[in-house]
Design a protein around this ligand. Structure first.
Ligand code: SF4
Length: 312
């Protein structure tokens, strides 16, 4: 394992490569990444890096976002099969028909979409900035929000909007079970429930704090004396435990499983060995049709500009 880490460090230097890791990656990948963050932070980091090669340890749409922002750089992912059920729930041709059927609507898309869907979008959001970006539009703006129906319903509820929602969802966040969370809460009555807004509204109703992975982490770091039940992909517990070593974090389990935690099978496809191989062989590489990229970059840059303006 140490040899593998050394090889990765050596290859990063030799190739002027940067390794970006999402909070949902395996712990050993997070430990060798140059930067670990949520989707917004990874996009912000990709936009400013001076490295020649970006290795995106996350899923395919994250690699696409980096490629769209940095068309001249080589963007690699350790495993090309690392997709996303939420992005898959919104095929570009169907979304285009939906958008065309609603002229006059502003299209806001969650970052968990393909570049082709982003190319149909006015502004991209992440769970960190979705609420503020929606609120930056007039109250009576007609908005299509895609693809996550749970995040969209949550934003509608907290902003008093009535956005038209695409009917998509993430298989991981949809899996959390109210019954199992209530059971854990009974065993740990003092634990606060942290939940990601991609969870169903019944789970969000139980939560003490609803927020993006970065926001949930920030809350825990600010209140390390608490204990927490965490309803999002369990990879985030690695960074939570690193930053709050004395805090008790309990992963919320999925409904139909005997497993204690809820893992994204796509995120877990990336391994240290695959990371080493992809740095060494400079493959698999992410490519985006330049005609799509030129349209997809605009709503991503718009998100980055609004986020910078709002200090997010
Ligand atoms: S956790 Fe859900 S939204 Fe995130 S990458 Fe996995 S499938 Fe996609």
């Amino acid at each position: 394992m140490d040899n593998l880490r050394e090889e990765i460090e050596k290859l990063k230097k030799e190739k002027n490569a940067v390794v970006l890791g999402h909070y949902y990656q395996r712990g050993d990948i997070q430990d060798v990444a140059d930067f670990v963050g949520d989707s917004l932070a990874l996009a912000q980091w990709a936009a400013k890096t001076e490295a020649d090669i970006i290795v995106m340890c996350g899923v395919h749409f994250m690699g696409e976002t980096a490629k769209v922002l940095c068309p001249d750089k080589k963007v690699l992912v350790p495993d090309l099969a690392a997709g996303c059920s939420l992005a898959d729930s919104c095929p570009a041709d169907e979304f285009e028909r939906f958008v065309k059927a609603h002229p006059g609507y502003t299209v806001i898309s969650y970052v968990n979409t393909t570049a082709a869907v982003k190319a149909l979008t006015d502004v991209v959001v992440t769970s960190t900035n979705a609420r503020q970006i929606v609120e930056s539009f007039p109250q009576d703006e007609k908005i299509i929000f895609g693809p996550d129906r749970n995040l969209g319903s949550y934003i509608n509820a907290v902003t008093g909007r009535n956005m038209l929602l695409w009917n998509g969802a993430c298989h991981v966040h949809e899996q959390f079970s109210v019954e199992k969370i209530v059971e854990i809460k009974r065993e740990h009555p003092d634990a606060l429930i942290l939940a990601h807004p991609e969870c169903k509204s019944a789970v969000l109703k139980l939560a003490d704090v609803v927020g993006s992975t970065a926001a949930l982490l920030k809350y825990a770091v600010k209140h390390p004396e608490q204990s927490y039940i965490v309803a999002t992909e369990s990879g985030i517990l690695h960074e939570m435990r690193k930053q709050c070593p004395n805090t008790v974090f309990i992963p919320a389990p999925p409904a139909d499983s005997t497993c204690a935690c809820n893992e994204c099978s796509y995120m877990r496809l990336n391994t240290l060995e695959k990371l080493r191989d992809c740095l060494r062989d400079e493959t698999p590489e992410i490519t985006v049709d330049p005609a799509v990229a030129v349209r997809a970059v605009k709503p991503i840059e718009r998100m980055l500009e609004i986020s910078a303006r709002l200090g997010l």
